[in-house]
Write a protein of this length. Structure first.
Length: 136
């Protein structure tokens, strides 16, 4: 059944003020979802209108936006913090863990540092990190 029959206006027929669209998308550099939310229309309506006007951004331009970088940083932090400690390390990591246990060295496995990356082994007393590359 067509959208018009359901009482829903199709994405290409929705009225969107071009001046507001230019202000939000081009000048404020909001993404299409944020613009759609601000204007109270569907994402597809905004996307179709942007394509029709030829205002699509390049990936490089979108990814260099400070808002986007901050969003990606927050997502990365959540991923690192919520990621459980690896239960089955590779053979080389396991050999190093076993050796350190035999020597009685205190260490921590798979620790997120600076909310940016996870290191294989952290020696907290010495502020030392050991990264193990299985294939190299």
């Amino acid at each position: 059944m067509r959208r018009a029959r359901l009482g829903i206006e199709p994405a290409n027929k929705v009225f969107i003020d071009t001046d507001q669209l230019r202000r939000l998308y081009v000048k404020n550099k909001n993404n299409a979802r944020q613009v759609a939310q601000e204007l109270g229309v569907s994402y597809n309506s905004v996307k179709n209108r942007l394509q029709k006007l030829g205002w699509a951004r390049s990936t490089k331009e979108s990814c260099s936006n400070p808002k986007f970088k901050e969003q990606m940083r927050q997502i990365r932090i959540k991923t690192l913090i919520s990621k459980p400690v690896l239960e089955s390390p590779n053979r080389l990591e396991q050999a190093v863990y076993n050796t350190l246990d035999e020597l009685g060295v205190f260490y921590q496995k798979q620790v997120p540092l600076f909310n940016k990356f996870v290191v294989d082994i952290l020696f907290p007393q010495n502020n030392l990190v050991l990264e193990i590359f299985g294939r190299y």
